[in-house]
Design a protein around this ligand. Structure first.
Ligand SMILES: [Zn+2]
Length: 72
């Protein structure tokens, strides 16, 4: 399914494709490049909060760590 997301910053509408109706993760506006953490529940956007580049880097590092542990 595709979820439409309106950027709180520039009000441009973007969309993301999801495999199911639950999602929590980073979203970047294609227009103004603003970063957000979005929380989708049952196909509806529950929250959209600003996310800093720094916080995104930390998230990525966490994912990398998880992958490393999975391999062992
Ligand atoms: Zn935007």
């Amino acid at each position: 399914m595709t979820i439409k997301i309106k950027c709180p910053e520039c009000e441009n509408e973007g969309s993301i494709s999801l495999l199911d109706q639950e999602f929590t993760g980073p979203y970047r506006c294609w227009k103004c490049r603003a970063l957000y953490t979005i929380n989708i529940h049952e196909g509806e956007i529950v929250s959209i909060e600003p996310l800093s580049e720094e916080a995104l880097e930390k998230l990525k590092q966490l994912e990398e760590l998880k992958k490393k542990f999975m391999r062992q």
